[in-house]
Design a protein around this ligand. Structure first.
Ligand code: MN
Length: 244
């Protein structure tokens, strides 16, 4: 048994006999549609995975290898809570995305076995400080501060895969107030769910608790304080958040 004498009175009073020198951070979680909690380990995001969105961002939608960026696990915003408008931007953009929740980890997971590693799916919004991203692209700098800021990953409850007919096709839409801003289909993804898991598991060892945002259809645009975002993916779920 691990026994550590904690001398900090403040910490000892919070966590008696704890080896931690500060209070450990709370576990980020996403509710599931059947009443459970999914613990979040990491958040990976696929860039440019719909041809029309790739074109609107000035890219070439040829089938190049997928690329990835990340957000902190505690960037999730759950339960249709509101999202604070982040600092240091004048161009906050929405990107509606299907999210894969990994239930079983692995390395070099074959495409044919990939979906057996999925716990479930959710609706997410990859909030993006587009002005910071544009500056980073220009300067060939990392995207972290454009993508991985606080509360940058609102997400719906996770629906277990067992109850989903197909997460490879179906409508994916985002309304901002009364405007239909994004209106695509999951079948338009350049890399499908199994291919994304296959590719990403060749770059890192995937683990239970990982979330993968799978890219956004076209129609991304700026949002402002007071805007109400409603996202839905057929057969997966709904997400509402207000920017405040
Ligand atoms: Mn995205």
């Amino acid at each position: 048994m691990l026994r550590v004498l904690v001398t900090s009175q403040t910490h000892e009073s919070i966590f008696p006999m704890s080896p931690f020198v500060i209070a450990p951070p709370p576990q980020a979680v996403v509710p599931t549609t059947d009443g459970g909690l999914f613990p979040v380990r990491r958040i990976f995001c696929v860039g440019r995975n719909y041809a029309a969105h790739t074109r609107e961002m000035g890219g070439d939608p040829s089938r190049e290898a997928p690329f990835f960026f990340t957000k902190p696990a505690d960037a999730v915003v759950t339960g249709d809570a509101s999202c604070p408008y982040p600092p240091a931007t004048a161009s906050l953009h929405h990107e509606i995305e299907l999210v894969i929740a990994i239930g079983k980890g692995g390395t070099d997971i074959p495409v044919e076995q990939a979906l057996a590693h999925v716990y479930g799916y959710a609706v997410g919004i990859d909030l993006t400080r587009r002005d910071l991203q544009d500056e980073a692209k220009q300067a060939r700098r990392p995207w972290d501060m454009a993508k991985g800021f606080d509360a940058s990953a609102p997400i719906s409850a996770i629906r277990p895969a067992a109850g989903i007919a197909s997460a490879n096709s179906g409508s994916i839409r985002l309304m901002v107030n009364s405007d239909l801003r994004q209106n695509g289909d999951l079948s338009d993804m350049i890399w499908n769910n199994a291919e994304i898991i296959n590719y990403l598991s060749g770059l890192v060892t995937l683990a239970a608790g990982d979330l993968i945002f799978t890219g956004t259809p076209d129609g991304v645009a700026a949002i402002n304080r007071g805007d109400r975002l409603v996202g839905d993916i057929a057969g997966i779920g709904h997400l509402t958040t207000i920017v405040c």
